[in-house]
Structures are given as C-alpha cells and as structure tokens.
Design a protein around this ligand. Structure first.
Ligand SMILES: [Cu+2]
Length: 85
C-alpha cells in the first residue's frame, strides 16, 4: 500500500496498487507542489516522487482541448462541473 502525500497541501490518500482511487482538491492558487509516498511500501519507495501542478480553469480546459480524441460532450460535462461547484 502507498500513501499519496503532498504535505504543503495537507493531503494524504491511501493508494493500493491495481485499484483506482480518487480525491478532490480545491487549490486556490497556481503552482507546483511536491510530495512523496509516505508509506514504507517496499523496494521502490524512495523512487516515488509526486508532482502536482495547479493551474487556472481556462488553462486546464485549453490543455484538455489539445487532445482532439476527447469527445466534445465529455469536455462540456467537465466544464459544467467547474461552473456549478
Ligand atoms: Cu509507495
């Protein structure tokens, strides 16, 4: 088991290999945040750096639009989630 951790954001989420997990963060400023697995998980533990980049909503949408294979309907659903939260 791993522990996905970014201390400067105060977040730690358990992660089990082979299982999908999720969390929700609202970060109020842009930036790059660093973390590392905080569970002594095994042989590769020292090589599990975490980097999270926080960007403004429009930059994220533009980044998504750069992937032309994503259906427009999916992008619109995501955009609605941002606007109603
Ligand atoms: Cu780990």
């Amino acid at each position: 088991m791993h522990a996905w951790t970014i201390p400067s954001l105060g977040v730690k989420i358990d992660a089990i290999p082979g299982r999908i997990n999720h969390g929700l963060l609202f970060i109020l400023r842009e930036g790059i945040f660093y973390g590392q697995c905080s569970e002594l998980c095994g042989q590769g533990h020292a090589y599990m750096p975490i980097v999270l980049e926080s960007v403004k909503e429009y930059k994220f949408i533009n980044w998504l639009l750069s992937f032309s294979e994503i259906p427009l309907s999916s992008l619109l659903k995501l955009f609605n989630i941002f606007n109603h939260s």
